[in-house]
Each structure stands twice: as structure tokens, then as C-alpha cells.
Design a protein around this ligand. Structure first.
Ligand SMILES: [Mg+2]
Length: 227
């Protein structure tokens, strides 16, 4: 491998994210449990969220709007302003969750620093991701922060052009096969999958990946064995 840049996904790769979303979903369902079963509430919320992705993009603010939309629909327009307030509070709480680094992250960054250019490649809300990175205390390790509206082939190509490297000089590390692995392999880069114990339904893919530029590790610090 002739890697020059190691790019890391942020949510559920550097720090805990999906667990907070799940906790918020649960709180939402409890708030609305007078209107439908937990199962139906959850299904409605997930469907609304996925339907709205092309309009809102990724991140907490779009998720908040989807919770409100689900609440009004499931209550047939009868949900109280007080409940809407509580939903907004759930969203604000989600935006203010602490940053909990995943095991081995700091060690990996410390040991790769200086050997490779380190980049964060994430999607989500710009302000939220910038705030999380600042709160994480990890900013100083990174040469560049790329916040993408979608992690697809075209945006990874834009990233490598911006970094002035060849595709085969990029190694992307992340928890999502769909966003962090497949498009990077498509453009000729290298990718490492570090699974997180829960995966958002939108990020799930149902085929296996076999590729000479692809590896799977259980913990992020295992990438040090080949870098
Ligand atoms: Mg992620």
C-alpha cells in the first residue's frame, strides 16, 4: 500500500453517535405511546426520517423535524404544543450529548500523526459536526475536515482532488459499509470497516464485500498493524 492520507469517519468511528439517536427514538416513542404501539411509532419515525433525507440531509435538525412530523401524523393532528415542545427538547438534548470517544481512537491518531495526513470525512450537519470535533479535543490531529452532504463516489473524488492525491493513496476508515467503504473502493481507494455494535437502517447493506483493497477490523487500533 502506498497510503498518504488516512481519512476517518466521525460518528460511530471516532465517537459514540447512533446510541444517542436510539435513546432519543425511545424517548420519542414513550412520549407518544398514547397514540400507537411502540413498534408502530418507531416504524413511522424511521419511515418519515428516511423520506425526508433527500430534503433535509443528515443530522439532528432534520431528525427533529421528522419527529414533529411523525407526532402530528400519528396523533391525526391532535398532539399538544406541550408535547411538541418536549420533542424539540429531545432534539436539543441530542445536540448537547457529551462526546464519548471510542476505544483506541486517541492512540491511533497519536501514532499515525506525522506518518500520514489525517483527515475527518463525515456527513451530517456542518455546525453540529464542527462542534463535536471541537468538544472531542481531537481537532489538532487533523490536517483537513471534510463534511459531505452525501458520502458517494463523486464526493470522495472531490476529496482526493482537494488533497491532491491519487485514489490509491487514500485509506478510509469507518463503521459504515455503505458510506465509508463501498464508494471508496469504487474510486480505487483503500477502505477499512470497523463495525459499531448498532447500525442505522439507512446505512445497512445486505451484500458481502470482497476486494483486495478492503479489510475488516474489530477495533480501530488494529489498523496500526498494517499502517
Ligand atoms: Mg459513522
Amino acid at each position: 500500500m502506498s497510503i498518504k492520507v488516512v481519512a476517518l469517519d466521525a460518528d460511530d468511528t471516532l465517537w459514540v453517535n447512533e446510541s444517542y439517536f436510539r435513546k432519543t427514538e425511545e424517548a420519542f416513542c414513550q412520549l407518544l405511546e398514547g397514540y400507537a404501539s411502540m413498534h408502530n411509532l418507531e416504524r413511522e419515525l424511521v419511515r418519515t426520517e428516511l423520506d425526508n433525507l433527500p430534503l433535509y440531509g443528515y443530522g439532528v435538525k432534520g431528525f427533529m423535524l421528522s419527529m414533529i412530523e411523525s407526532a402530528t401524523r400519528i396523533s391525526a393532528g391532535t398532539v399538544s404544543a406541550e408535547t411538541i415542545d418536549k420533542i424539540i427538547e429531545l432534539g436539543k438534548k441530542l445536540l448537547n450529548e457529551p462526546i464519548e470517544l471510542l476505544d483506541g481512537v486517541e492512540e491511533v491518531l497519536r501514532s499515525l500523526q506525522g506518518k500520514y495526513r489525517l483527515v475527518v470525512a463525515t456527513k451530517g450537519d456542518l455546525l453540529d459536526q464542527e462542534r463535536k470535533l471541537k468538544k472531542s479535543g481531537l481537532s489538532h490531529y487533523f490536517h483537513h475536515i471534510e463534511i459531505m452532504s452525501e458520502k458517494d463516489d463523486a464526493n470522495y473524488l472531490k476529496l482526493i482532488r482537494h488533497l491532491d492525491i491519487k485514489p490509491e493513496e487514500l485509506l478510509m476508515v469507518g463503521n459504515s459499509l455503505k458510506s465509508d467503504v463501498v464508494p471508496v473502493l469504487n474510486i480505487g481507494g483503500h477502505a477499512v470497516h470497523v463495525p459499531y455494535h448498532i447500525t442505522w437502517v439507512h446505512e445497512q447493506i445486505n451484500h458481502t464485500i470482497e476486494h483486495e483493497n478492503f479489510r475488516v477490523v474489530e477495533r480501530i487500533d488494529q489498523i496500526l498493524a498494517f499502517l
